[in-house]
Design a protein around this ligand. Structure first.
Ligand code: FES
Length: 84
């Protein structure tokens, strides 16, 4: 199981984290990853304070430089790699 946590804190919300949740859910459907990927919301994980983009973790690892625009592509790569 790949665990994806997406920050729902206010700084990330303003930068589009709710859109990322929608995109991720669509991605999961497209790839039939329903049984393989677990999505959870998270409180602030300090990505905002460290200026490393949206607060998103895959299997506990903080991704860097993720924006609402590139999140779909990055998550597709990260999750595919984690499942390989
Ligand atoms: S609000 Fe998302 S990392 Fe801080």
């Amino acid at each position: 199981m790949v665990n994806v946590e997406i920050c729902i804190g206010s700084a990330c919300y303003v930068k589009g984290s709710s859109q990322v949740v929608n995109d991720l859910n669509a991605l999961i459907k497209e790839h039939n990853w329903e049984d393989k990927v677990a999505v959870k919301g998270s409180f602030c994980m300090k990505a905002c304070q460290n200026h490393i983009g949206l607060g998103i973790r895959v299997n506990g690892r903080q991704l860097e430089q993720v924006t609402a625009q590139n999140a779909r592509e990055i998550l597709e790569k990260e999750i595919s790699a984690a499942l390989a």
